[in-house]
Design a protein around this ligand. Structure first.
Ligand code: ADP
Ligand code: ADP
Ligand code: MG
Length: 461
């Protein structure tokens, strides 16, 4: 087993990793930026090292600083969390070269799965259905036009290196293509330092369903069921649940098997997610995320499997301690992401000082957050303040529990989207488990009208 792990991340995921390490009696080193000196995970770690200024490029993305910190503090492993360097193939390789265990897949596997356009080709070869789209990247507006005409409008232009819903543009016809190309390329260059684009046919009113997988170094790959992440705002996830509601058993089985094939096709190791679009009984591969995901907790609640613990075990060279037949799904779990943003001000991020904080509790309730009373959320990083999760025997029980949790949840000091999530939990489309990825954008105005009384909404639901 690993002995000492450097946590190359911050916020709630740094704390989540720290907790799993402590339970396995692995020591932790918090690598933190100047902006995070007071962070909870820094206070709780065995040791901590400041790796640079607040700007991510100078700290959490500074590979040399992280490697030096890990070696200087006697670490044998590095956990990258999500975002930052978690899907960086060069960083995985650099860790290996320095004699450190990267808690994630090899650089080679990340390279294969991480370029979203290259991954499509691999998946096709492995017999996994993909969204109709360009064969590989499109390098000019003319190439994009030819690919779009071949698959049919509307299309999405997508950044090969994309993530977090960035570098994606919809295009309804040839006239829109040049501007969409320019915009998507500029955003991708700014976010990912890589403006390679590819193109997919826009699937109308799909659901986003993803499958969690685990693979060990001994060649065993299993999946831990699916999650529905269709509640999105501008391609960014807001609420997630496991299992995905209303999938037919045949579709569910086919997607689980396809996810395992996808992982095997890239020589995957560790925890990962295969994302699909679902359209009726059809499903299409969208991308593979080669890291722990923000919404992993809902899978943990319904399977009872600690995914970060599994990551640490796998990276330590241990074989999976369960087979596919040992995985069973119990009840339903839901998560809402509470972001420091103003839903009434175009979702402008507005982090600040936490003046008062109260988290809900009780049976089947989990809150993942690095916040505490009096701490300050930094404007330098993403605006995720807390994840509130509930687990119940049935979907309706879980919805009611999560409503209760959000009634209790109190965060004073800056605006959040918590009230919006609360409203979603009463919306008939959501309550019936019928959300597609367009749900939130289509119903946003009505959901932001908080004036209706709770009793009325319960009657509607
Ligand atoms: P998940 O599927 O795990 O929810 P998201 O795509 O929502 O993943 O991204 C989770 C977080 O990871 C985002 O809030 C963002 O901070 C970060 N992230 C994702 N992709 C990237 C990327 N390519 N570069 C930087 N940060 C990213
Ligand atoms: P990211 O790497 O930013 O997470 P994804 O490829 O996973 O990007 O897409 C993000 C979201 O965009 C999806 O969850 C889905 O809502 C939407 N999307 C992506 N591709 C398509 C498509 N071909 N048709 C319809 N919606 C899509
Ligand atoms: Mg995605």
């Amino acid at each position: 087993m690993l002995k000492r792990v450097l946590i190359a991340n911050r916020g709630e995921i740094a704390l989540r990793v720290l907790r799993a390490c402590r339970e396995l009696e692995i020591e932790t080193v918090a690598a933190y930026s100047e902006a995070d000196a007071e962070a909870l995970h820094v206070q709780l770690a065995t040791e901590s090292v400041c790796i640079g200024p607040a700007r991510a490029a100078d700290s959490y993305l500074n590979q040399d600083a992280l490697l030096t910190a890990a070696l200087a503090t006697g670490c044998d492993g590095i956990h990258p969390g999500y975002g930052f360097l978690s899907e960086n193939a060069d960083f995985s390789d650099a860790c290996a070269k320095a004699g450190l265990t990267f808690i994630g897949p090899s650089g080679e596997a990340i390279r294969k799965a991480g370029s979203k356009s290259a991954a499509r080709d691999l998946m096709k070869a492995a017999g996994v259905p993909v969204t109709p789209g360009s064969d590989g990247p499109v390098s000019s507006v003319e190439e994009a036009l030819a690919a779009a005409e071949a698959v049919g409008w509307p299309v999405l232009l997508k950044a090969s290196a994309g993530g977090g819903g960035r570098g994606i543009r919809r295009c309804d016809g040839p006239d829109e293509l040049p501007a969409a190309c320019a915009e998507a390329k500029a955003e991708a260059a700014a976010c990912f330092g890589n403006d390679e684009m590819y193109l997919e046919k826009l699937v109308l009113n799909p659901r986003h369903v993803e499958v969690q997988i685990l693979a060990d170094r001994q060649g065993h790959t299993i999946h831990l069921g699916d999650r529905d992440c269709s509640v999105q705002r501008r391609n960014q996830k807001l609420m997630e649940e496991a299992p995905a509601p209303g999938l037919s058993p045949a579709l569910r089985r086919a997607m689980g098997e396809a996810a395992v094939r996808a992982a095997e096709a890239v020589g995957y190791e560790g925890a990962g997610t295969v994302e699909f679009l679902v359209d009726g009984e059809n499903f299409y591969f969208m991308e593979m995320n080669t890291r722990i995901q923000v919404e992993h907790g809902v899978t943990e609640l319904v399977t009872g499997v600690d995914l970060v613990r599994q990551q640490l075990r796998i990276a330590s060279g241990l074989p999976l301690d369960m087979g596919q037949e040992d995985v069973s799904i119990r009840g339903c779990a839901m998560e809402c992401r509470v972001n420091a943003e103003d839903p009434h001000g175009d979702f402008r991020p507005c982090p600040g000082k936490v003046e008062f904080l109260h988290f809900p509790g009780g049976a089947g309730v989990r809150v993942d957050s690095c916040l505490y009373n009096g701490c300050t959320m930094s404007p330098y990083y993403d605006s995720l303040a807390a994840k509130v999760l509930a687990h119940g025997a049935t979907r309706l029980e879980t919805i009611r529990k999560l409503r209760r949790c959000l009634e209790e949840f109190t965060l004073e000091g800056f605006p959040t989207n918590a009230e919006l999530s609360y409203e979603i939990l009463f919306h008939p489309v959501f309550v019936r488990g019928r959300c597609t990825t367009g749900f939130l954008d289509a119903h946003l105005a009505e959901l932001l009208d908080f004036s209706r009384r709770v009793e009325e909404k319960e009657a509607e639901a």
